[in-house]
Design a binder for this molecule. Structure first.
Ligand code: S3P
Length: 170
């Protein structure tokens, strides 16, 4: 079934949610975020789910969310958590777009963001930047493998990025 959904994958902090919101303004798509869906389902932040129930439990919620997205969404941009790409059905949900950026650029941009502290605090896997870099090195190859389209977002030119995405999906 053609769902006409767009699924954004990519590393933590690369800007999946921001690009999704910018695209909504320039198109007829609606948008949802898998972390937001999980947080509302559990009535708990991702940070607290990691802390109290553990990562395995969080990944099981991502699976539930992935199955729900496949069954229920159309014409929607789905921004996902950085580990959501592992869901087996991800390519059934929609066109998978990998938002790509260099690790140091992601971290520097997060450090410069107005609510920087919060952005780091809410991401348990960004606590230790050495470990995060290792995760990044493993994941960049995997993101490429599952994606249909790769968009480099390093220049952070939102007009160019959204234009390129719309051109490529249409
Ligand atoms: C994770 C990324 C987070 C969130 C959770 C785990 C990951 O989302 O889902 O902390 O495994 O990379 P963002 O990519 O929006 O930071």
């Amino acid at each position: 079934m053609k769902t006409n959904n767009i699924v954004f994958i990519g590393f933590m902090g690369v800007g999946k949610g921001t690009v999704a919101r910018a695209l909504v303004k320039r198109s007829d798509y609606f948008a949802v975020d898998t972390d937001d869906l999980i947080e509302s389902l559990e009535n708990k932040s991702v940070k607290k789910i990691f802390k109290h129930e553990g990562e395995k439990y969080f990944r099981a919620l991502e699976k539930k969310c992935a199955l729900w997205c496949e069954k229920n969404l159309q014409n929607t941009i789905i921004s996902t958590g950085g580990g959501f790409y592992k869901q087996e059905n991800i390519n059934n949900i929609g066109t998978v777009i990998y938002l790509q950026s260099d690790f140091n650029r992601i971290i520097e941009a997060l450090k410069l963001a107005p609510n920087s502290k919060k952005k780091f605090k809410k991401r348990p896997l960004l606590k230790d930047l050495k470990e995060a870099k290792k995760l990044y090195d493993v994941r960049i190859k995997e993101y490429e493998k599952v994606s249909d389209i790769t968009i480099n977002v390093e220049d952070w030119d939102i007009n160019r990025i959204t234009k390129e995405i719309l051109q490529k999906v249409n």
